[in-house]
Ligand binder design. Structure first.
Ligand code: C5P
Length: 209
């Protein structure tokens, strides 16, 4: 069984994907982490994330990089969104994601193009979103709790910039698949959003045995 979870930055899709994986006993892949690794590796090699050749060279990153806490930084998210525009980068990361999705027993993947490009044949697809203001509010609160000194307005500007890049790119833009459930959780807390996601997937694939 394959479950595809797509959505914009700070929508809660990662938390929902992990909860679904837990509930259905499936492995989970945060595909954003792969793009973050490429963005970070480009920077480590003093390359330019807007240059396709530099970003492609960074697709050879060592797997140990995936455990680096620096991948979680906001600044790395920005680098990821810049390298992910290049078709050559998307192509280089394609097979790894397809293989993960198609492993025996199935998997949960979260990202931007899982239901549209990586696993169009997924058994259940969700498009998780919330208003830009709500996503910025949550991210701002989370960053302040971690001690990061940042204003709400700066976080909102970053959310808008990431949305514009992710939806505006020509190759595999952020897009709701026709057959994906739209889960707008602007007015839900995370537990309600997880419950709604589980209920939807169960209508598609049944309850875990
Ligand atoms: O989900 P996360 O914020 O970690 O993703 C970082 C960036 O990687 C996104 O802004 C997006 O540009 C890119 N990405 C993508 N396709 C995916 C996952 C992430 O283009 N499947």
């Amino acid at each position: 069984m394959i479950i595809a979870v797509d959505g914009p930055t700070a929508s809660g899709k990662g938390t929902i994907a992990r909860a679904l994986a837990d509930h259905f006993g499936l492995p989970v892949l945060d595909t954003g982490l792969l793009y973050r690794a490429v963005g970070y590796q480009t920077q480590l090699g003093h390359g330019d994330p807007d240059n396709a050749a530099d970003a492609l060279a960074a697709c050879d990153f060592p797997d140990t990089l995936l455990d680096d806490p620096a991948l979680r930084y906001e600044s790395t998210g920005g680098l990821a969104s810049r390298v992910s525009i290049h078709p050559a980068v998307r192509k280089a990361l394609f097979q790894r994601q397809v293989d993960f999705a198609n492993q025996p027993g199935g998997a949960v993947l979260d990202g931007r193009d899982i239901g549209t490009v990586i696993a169009p044949h997924a058994d259940a697809k969700l498009f998780v979103t919330a208003s830009p203001e709500e996503r910025a509010r949550r991210r701002h609160a989370e960053m302040r709790a971690r001690g990061v000194d940042v204003t709400y307005d700066a976080v909102l500007a970053d959310v808008h910039a990431r949305d514009a890049r992710d939806t505006g790119r020509a190759d595999a833009p952020l897009l709701r698949a026709d057959d994906a459930l739209l889960l707008d959780n602007s007015d839900m807390d995370i537990d309600e959003a997880i419950a709604a996601a589980i209920a939807f997937v169960e209508t598609k694939v049944g309850r875990p045995g």
